[in-house]
Design a binder for this molecule. Structure first.
Ligand SMILES: *[C@@H]1O[C@H](CO)[C@@H](O)[C@H](O)[C@H]1NC(C)=O
Ligand SMILES: [Zn+2]
Length: 413
């Protein structure tokens, strides 16, 4: 009997691998847990480090800050025991993750469809659209390759330039593969800069050369078509796949808030720049860095505008006050459109210590870069990574308002 069962499991696993069918998340639940004591924080952090089948959708932060954990059906009772034992304040926040995925997936269009912001797009679709921009706007848009990936893909983007002699703004999206709203928002902003006739947007667009990279972890993004919850790169390590590319940059690498455990979602890699994605992109960045004065990274979710630096030791940028002032102004402009509320702060105070991030590296190594922010886009956990496609355009609009405000503040002072 046992043997038969084992055989069945092997057969099913093989079938799965051959068919390459997307993983299903039927009856996976997401719990929202609010830690009320420092012991509870410590317990959740231990679980986060070695999650044993659970998936952390958001990180353990401070007292009173909710943590979102996805629980597979076979661990449901274990998890409920754990919650009871630790007296954790918890609610089921998403009843069935597969349902949310179906809602999102039903509208995915690939390269043959028209590109728009009513649905999410796969990597081929995004890259084909970037190519089409270069054809449509040959004097303004050129395609660029920012680096390469473990599986041999290119990290592709576009340079947008309305004339010579401009400073450079660098925009990255998609470093965490499952944060689909990030590439969607980056492409939305890019499109507005090319097509909008709003005078304010035009002035901002034309005030810089722009380097847009909507998806800087392409292997991971492609893999999310199979495992929607994939976050890291796809380089194989001994026990697990992938490093967290936003813990892998060579500025105070592994100085807090990153894991040396391969299977952790925040595994920092075997050394700084162990991932070819971050290494090659950093080399590309170094070639343009002297002209860069604005660096924006887009993630989801939590509705935050994060200011460097994230590593332990509480270093702040020389113009920390200015970064707070402009960040708050951006959050105010963002809120004006749909009332979406963002929190602004240095990384350790707003969330938790986290080292090896891209914006920290850019700002830390190239000290002349005046502005570096990491956005955590919508929402605050209601849908988490599975933000319904109807929210892409509103997210794009309000985030564009914030970006325009940032550039206006920088350009006028
Ligand atoms: C132009 O764009 C700015 C920035 O996004 C926005 O605040 C403003 O309302 C827009 N103006 C019009 C007339 O739509
Ligand atoms: Zn992220």
């Amino acid at each position: 009997m046992k043997l038969l069962l084992l055989f069945a499991v092997v057969a099913i696993t093989l079938c799965y691998a051959t068919a390459n069918a997307p993983l299903r998340f039927d009856n996976y639940q997401v719990y929202r847990i609010t830690p009320r004591t420092s012991e509870q924080i410590a317990i959740l952090k231990t679980l986060e480090e070695n999650p044993q089948g659970y998936t952390f959708w958001s990180d353990v932060r401070m007292l009173g800050q909710p943590v979102h954990i996805m629980v597979p059906p076979h661990l449901k009772y274990n998890f409920q025991d754990f919650l009871k034992l630790q007296k954790l304040d918890a609610h089921v926040w998403i009843e069935n993750v597969q349902k949310s995925i179906d809602n999102e997936k039903s509208q995915v269009k690939t390269r043959n469809g028209d590109f728009d912001w009513t649905s999410y797009h796969d990597l081929d679709g995004i890259y084909a659209w970037l190519d089409s921009l270069a054809e449509k706007y040959p004097n303004t848009v050129s395609t660029i390759v920012g680096g390469k990936t473990y599986e041999g893909r290119e990290i592709r983007g576009v340079k947008v330039s309305f004339g010579p002699g401009k400073k450079v703004a660098f925009i990255e999206g998609g470093i965490h593969a499952r944060e689909w709203i990030s590439p969607a928002t980056v492409t939305y902003i890019l499109n507005e800069f090319l097509t909008s006739d709003n005078a304010t947007i035009r002035a901002v667009a034309e005030s810089r050369d722009w380097h847009f990279f909507p998806s800087i972890n392409p292997d991971g993004y492609v893999y999310t078509q199979r495992d929607r919850m994939w976050r890291k790169t796809r380089k194989p390590y001994k026990n697990c796949y992938g490093a967290d590319p936003n813990r892998n940059w060579d500025y105070y690498w592994m100085h807090g808030g990153a894991s040396s455990y391969e299977c952790s979602e925040t595994f920092a890699g075997s050394e700084a720049f162990s991932e070819i994605e971050t290494k090659s992109l950093s080399e590309y960045f170094n070639t343009i860095a002297k002209d860069v004065d604005v660096y924006l990274a887009f993630h989801s979710f939590s509705q935050l505008i994060l200011i460097p630096f994230g590593h332990a030791g509480l270093e702040v940028p020389e113009n920390n006050d200015e970064l707070h002032r402009i960040g708050k102004a951006a959050a105010e402009s963002l809120k004006n459109r749909y009332g979406t509320q963002y929190v602004v702060g240095n990384i350790p105070e707003a969330i938790y210590v986290a080292s090896g991030g891209s914006a920290d590296w850019a700002r830390g190594v190239h000290r002349h870069i005046r502005i570096a922010y990491t956005f955590e886009l919508r929402d605050t956990g209601r849908h988490g990574f599975l933000l319904p496609p109807e929210q892409i355009i509103p997210t794009g609009e309000e985030t564009l308002d914030a970006v325009v405000r940032i550039l206006n503040e920088v350009n006028s002072s």
